[in-house]
Design a protein around this ligand. Structure first.
Ligand code: CU
Ligand code: CU
Length: 424
């Protein structure tokens, strides 16, 4: 009896020390007192997820908008560099001995974004981002875009430790968070308003996702970016924002919205180009971007397997190219209405471009000389699943935007390219 009691006691103390009471830890993930010397420097550092507890429930920014233009937190399978600090921006780091590399070398995820004194982001109850284990996220990478560097230069010569405090726990959560990213390629002609549009069917067979936050991103020409779920031809707004506002994650505009098989996700960026030259999608500030991020949770820990929806954009792809399922007549009239001003923008670019588009179409037809080649291609495409066709189109689009030296891109290269695309 005594022995049994002792055993039970020992077992319980063993259990409580191994299983433990849930612990919550705040981990600072900050720049190591850096002194960037040039405006628009992008610095990256990584942290191994083994140093963290596996569930992240809150992101607390430590930064000021006067110094940091943006901060992004990525999850990578492999980081772009094993150096403690590296240059992860567009510009080669002149006057610094830091090496330049992409954010991730493989396995690219976005977890959090901060800009313009955005407040902290606390995930909903029972929801966490999961890292480590079989998630494909082995490292977190912190990217800080330094805007103003004057305080780092003499005579002040200050240093900076901007970053994010991660609130982590070892207590498993019933729900897991993920990010789904919609974007386009394309060109906005000079002196025109243009729609950049993307739409994809949601194909997860059994998964239902719960979007709870969204984020829009463009550069200077974006006026309004809106995202929708289309279910049985009915459009429901997930979010709509003027991308000139702080580009942080906001609560979805339809709380409680869900997305499941059979739904279509659709997003439009309404862009206004008053410049004398065309502007295309690309990774520098002179280029444009059209991104709509959806932060969602699922019950359990299985996330969406394909979390990108990319389309070629104008003049090669519009909602009208999707097919009837999108039921365009039902699209809300506010899709191109800037929320804060109530101003609605109507595209002018298509009319402007129509003769040119027709011309392009003609050229393509003329190039189509070898019917045998066509037949082979048709057969090849007919043998693919819709998802493979989408992947192929995305791949072609990517290689158009970022011409590769050869047609075959291995996964690592593609990830690098994605990392390039999704840096600001
Ligand atoms: Cu930035
Ligand atoms: Cu950008």
């Amino acid at each position: 009896m005594n022995i049994l009691l002792v055993c039970a006691c020992a077992l319980m103390s063993w259990a409580s020390s191994v299983l433990g009471a849930p612990t919550t830890k705040a981990v600072d993930f900050l720049m190591p007192d850096v002194q960037p010397q040039q405006p628009d420097t992008y610095l990256c550092r990584s942290i191994d997820v083994s140093e963290l507890q596996p569930y992240i429930t809150e992101f607390i920014p430590n930064a000021q908008k006067e110094i940091a233009h943006h901060i992004l937190l990525y999850g990578c399978t492999d980081p772009g560099s094993s150096d403690p600090l590296w240059n992860c921006g567009e510009m080669a780091s002149t006057g610094s001995d830091l090496k330049s590399a992409s954010v991730c070398a493989s396995g690219f995820h976005i977890l959090y974004a901060w800009a313009m004194d955005a407040p902290k982001l606390k995930l909903p109850k029972d929801v966490a981002f999961k890292v480590g284990g079989d998630t494909g996220i082995n490292k977190l990478v912190l990217q800080v875009h330094y805007k103003n560097v004057s305080t780092f230069l003499p005579p002040e010569s200050k240093s900076d430790s901007s970053g994010i405090t991660l609130v982590t726990t070892n207590e498993p959560k019933a729900r897991t968070a993920g990010v789904y990213l919609m974007d386009t390629g394309g060109t906005i002609p000079a002196h025109s308003i243009e729609y950049m549009e993307t739409a994809c069917p949601f194909r997860e067979p059994t998964l239902e996702i719960h979007p709870f936050a969204y984020r829009t991103h463009s550069h200077a020409l974006g006026r309004v970016i809106s995202g929708y779920r289309v279910r049985d031809g009915q459009w429901t707004e997930i979010g709509r924002m003027n991308p000139q506002n702080p580009q942080m994650f906001y609560n979805v505009t339809t709380p409680g919205i869900t997305v499941k098989k059979g739904d279509i996700l659709a997003a439009r960026c309404t862009m206004e180009n008053n410049l004398d030259h065309d502007v295309s999608i690309g990774s520098t500030q002179k280029d444009e971007m059209c991104n709509f991020y959806i932060m969602y949770f699922v019950d359990g820990d299985k996330l969406v397997s394909d979390s990108f929806c990319a389309k070629p954009g104008p003049p090669n792809w519009y909602f009208t190219d999707y097919g009837n399922a999108l039921n365009l007549e039902a699209m809300p009239e506010t899709a191109s209405t800037v929320p804060d001003s109530g101003r609605t923008l109507i595209a002018t670019a298509q009319e402007l471009q129509e003769p040119e588009r027709l011309e392009m179409g003609r050229e393509l037809e003329e190039e189509d000389e070898d019917p045998a080649e066509d037949e082979v291609l048709d057969k090849f495409v007919a043998g693919l699943s819709p998802r493979e066709v989408d992947a192929l189109v995305n791949e072609m689009m990517m290689s158009e935007r970022y011409p590769a030296s050869n047609d075959v891109m291995d996964d690592v290269k593609r990830q690098e390219r994605l990392a390039d695309v999704y840096e600001w």
